[in-house]
Design a protein around this ligand. Structure first.
Ligand SMILES: Nc1nc2c(ncn2[C@@H]2O[C@H](COP(=O)(O)OP(=O)(O)OP(=O)(O)O)[C@@H](O)[C@H]2O)c(=O)[nH]1
Ligand SMILES: [Mg+2]
Length: 373
C-alpha cells in the first residue's frame, strides 16, 4: 500500500527545465557624415551549448536574466569603418529548444559547442541611414530543456522505476515506499560488456488525470519526446495512490499510462516500447502476471473494467514483456538485453530507410538526367 508523502507538496527542488531570457543585440556605431564613414555593427547575442551548465546556474548567476551585446564603434577620422561590437555568448545546457514568446521555434542545441544566434546587432550608421545607427534586435526567448536519453521510463509512482535504474546502471536516484519519490528527471547509463552505453531517463511517476495536472502532471513527459524507446514499468500487484482513490490492477495501470501518453501526444504511443512487470518477488506475483498476460493478449474482453474515458484509443504494442524484480535482480539482465536489441533493430530500420531514400534520390536524378540529356 502506498502512502502519500510530503514530497507531493514540495516544489521539485532545484531543478528548472525552462527559463525565459531577455536578449538584445548591440546598437550599431555612429556613421561619419563628413567622410562617408560607416559605424560598426552591434554585437550579436549567441546561445552556446555547454556540458557543465544548468538552467538553474544561469538563473542564479544572472538574476535579471538580461543579455545585451556590445555597441558597434563609431566611425571616425582614424577608423572610417567602425569596429563591430562585442558578441555576447551565453552558455546554456545541451538539449534545449529555443522559442520566442509566441512559441515559434528559433532552433535547438543538441551538442556541446553548437551555437544559435538569438539577437542580431544593429547596423552601423551609413549613407543609407543618414549616418544614424540602428538598434539591435531585442526579444524574450524561452529555453526549454529536454533530456536526451535513449530510453524513457514510464510508470505510476512506486512501480520501482528508480529501483530498476539503480540495478541496471550506476545512477543513484532516491528510492522510497511513498509515491512521488522522484521529483525531477534523472539520467542513468547502462554499460554493456562491449562498452556500448545506453542512457535511461528516470521520470517522476505519472498518475491517472496527469493530463488535468494531477500529481506531477504532464510536465515531465516532454523529456521522453526525444527518447528512442519507452520502458513501461508496472507493479505486478497493482497500484493505489491513497485510500480515497481506486485500486488499479497491473493491466489497468498499463491502460491508464497509455491513455496519459495519448492525451499528452499521440506520437508517443507509437514509439517502440517494452513492458517490465516489476516486483515479481512478491507473494502471488506469478498469478497476477498470468492474469496480466491474458488481459494484454485479449484486451477487448477486459476493457469494461475501466470507465470509457480512461480507455486509450488503441493499446501500445509492446515488443517484449519482461517479468523482473528490481529487488532480487530477477530478469534485469534479460531486460538489459531486450533494451539493446530493440534499439539496435530500430537503428537498423532507420539506416535501411535512409539507404532506400538515397537510392530513390539517385535513381530519380539519373532518370531526369537521361530525360534532359
Ligand atoms: N518487493 C519489491 N519491492 C520493490 C521492487 N522494486 C521496487 N520496490 C520497492 O517499491 C518502492 C518504490 O520504489 P521506487 O524505485 O522508489 O519507485 P518509483 O517508481 O521510482 O517511484 P516514484 O519515484 O515515486 O515514481 C520502494 O520501497 C522499493 O524498495 C521489487 O522488485 N520488489
Ligand atoms: Mg522514482
Amino acid at each position: 500500500m502506498v502512502r502519500l508523502s510530503r514530497a507531493l507538496l514540495r516544489k521539485y527542488g532545484n531543478f528548472i527545465d525552462d527559463l525565459r531570457l531577455y536578449v538584445k543585440g548591440g546598437s550599431g556605431g555612429m556613421g561619419y557624415p563628413r567622410l562617408g564613414g560607416e559605424g560598426g555593427k552591434g554585437g550579436d547575442v549567441w546561445l552556446v551549448a555547454q556540458n557543465k551548465i544548468t538552467l538553474k546556474k544561469i538563473k542564479d548567476t544572472y538574476p535579471n536574466k538580461r543579455f545585451v551585446a556590445g555597441t558597434g564603434a563609431n566611425s571616425s577620422g582614424v577608423a572610417l569603418k567602425g569596429a563591430k561590437g562585442k558578441d555576447c555568448d551565453v552558455g546554456v545546457p545541451v538539449g534545449i529548444s529555443v522559442t520566442t514568446d509566441d512559441r515559434k521555434l528559433i532552433g535547438e542545441l543538441n551538442k556541446a559547442g553548437e551555437r544559435l544566434m538569438v539577437a542580431q546587432g544593429g547596423f552601423g550608421g551609413s549613407l543609407v541611414t543618414n549616418f544614424l545607427p540602428l538598434k539591435g534586435q531585442a526579444q524574450s526567448v524561452h529555453l526549454d530543456l529536454k533530456l536526451i536519453a535513449d530510453v524513457g521510463l514510464v510508470g505510476f509512482p512506486n512501480a520501482g522505476k528508480s529501483s530498476l535504474l539503480t540495478k541496471i546502471s550506476h545512477a543513484k536516484p532516491e528510492i522510497a515506499d511513498y509515491a512521488f519519490t522522484t521529483i525531477k528527471p534523472e539520467l542513468g547509463m547502462i554499460m554493456y560488456a562491449d562498452h556500448k552505453q545506453i542512457s535511461v531517463a528516470d521520470l517522476p511517476g505519472l498518475i491517472e488525470g496527469a493530463h488535468a495536472n494531477k500529481g506531477m502532471g504532464h510536465k515531465f513527459l516532454k523529456h521522453i519526446e526525444r527518447t528512442k524507446q519507452l520502458l513501461f514499468v508496472v507493479d505486478v500487484s497493482g497500484f493505489q495512490l491513497s485510500s480515497k482513490t481506486p485500486f488499479r490492477t497491473a493491466f489497468e495501470t498499463v491502460l491508464l499510462l497509455t491513455k496519459e501518453l495519448e492525451l499528452y501526444k499521440e506520437q508517443l504511443r507509437t514509439k517502440p516500447a517494452l513492458l517490465a512487470v516489476n516486483k515479481m518477488d512478491l507473494p502471488g506475483a506469478q498469478e497476477n502476471l498470468n492474469r496480466l498476460m491474458e488481459q494484454l493478449q485479449n484486451p477487448q474482453d477486459y476493457l469494461h473494467l475501466l470507465q470509457r474515458e480512461l480507455i486509450p484509443e488503441s493499446p501500445v504494442n509492446f515488443r517484449e514483456i519482461i517479468p523482473i524484480s528490481a529487488n532480487t535482480s530477477e530478469g534485469t539482465e534479460e531486460l538489459k538485453m531486450c533494451i539493446r536489441k530493440l534499439l539496435d533493430e530500430e537503428e537498423e530500420k532507420q539506416n535501411e530507410e535512409y539507404r532506400k531514400e538515397k537510392v530513390n534520390i539517385l535513381q530519380t536524378t539519373k532518370l531526369s538526367q537521361l530525360v534532359t540529356g
